[in-house]
Design a protein around this ligand. Structure first.
Ligand SMILES: [Zn+2]
Length: 137
């Protein structure tokens, strides 16, 4: 599988670590949007698009973010599914939930292809930064 196009979009955002978004085309026929370019403590890295996992309210079925205490739609207290569990099980469940709070929508399976995507996206981002720098000066 080849990456045939990368487009980078600078984004105004309150999140200073989030520097830009990328849209990547594979084999001229499949597009993945909302890939994030993030500035980490060890340089830039690429995060695949993800969504927050949500859970439905018992009363109105409105889907609230995981860990919300009250329903955003009807105000009903959201039952903690942990209540009946033994303490050690609760802890296990909570750590699993933290990890799964964000779930990737699309992502590479191999480390090798993850690296391929990251390089292509970061190259495009560097070019875009250079272009913007030239415009400004
Ligand atoms: Zn509700």
């Amino acid at each position: 599988m080849k990456i045939t196009e990368v487009r980078v979009f600078q984004k105004e955002s309150d999140d200073k670590k989030l520097r830009a978004f990328a849209t990547v085309t594979f084999d001229d026929c499949f597009v993945v949007r909302d890939i994030k370019i993030i500035e980490g403590s060890r340089g830039y890295f690429v995060a695949m698009p993800s969504r927050r996992v949500k859970e439905p309210c018992q009363r109105c079925r409105h889907r609230n973010v995981v860990h919300a205490r009250y329903c955003n739609q009807c105000g009903a207290p959201l039952e903690s599914r942990d209540q009946s569990k033994e303490h050690f099980e609760v802890e296990q469940l909570q750590s699993r939930e933290r990890q799964s709070e964000h779930r990737d929508i699309a992502h590479p399976i191999t480390a090798e292809f993850r690296e391929t995507i990251q390089k292509a996206v970061l190259n495009a981002y560097e070019k875009e930064k250079t272009k913007l720098g030239e415009k400004v000066s």
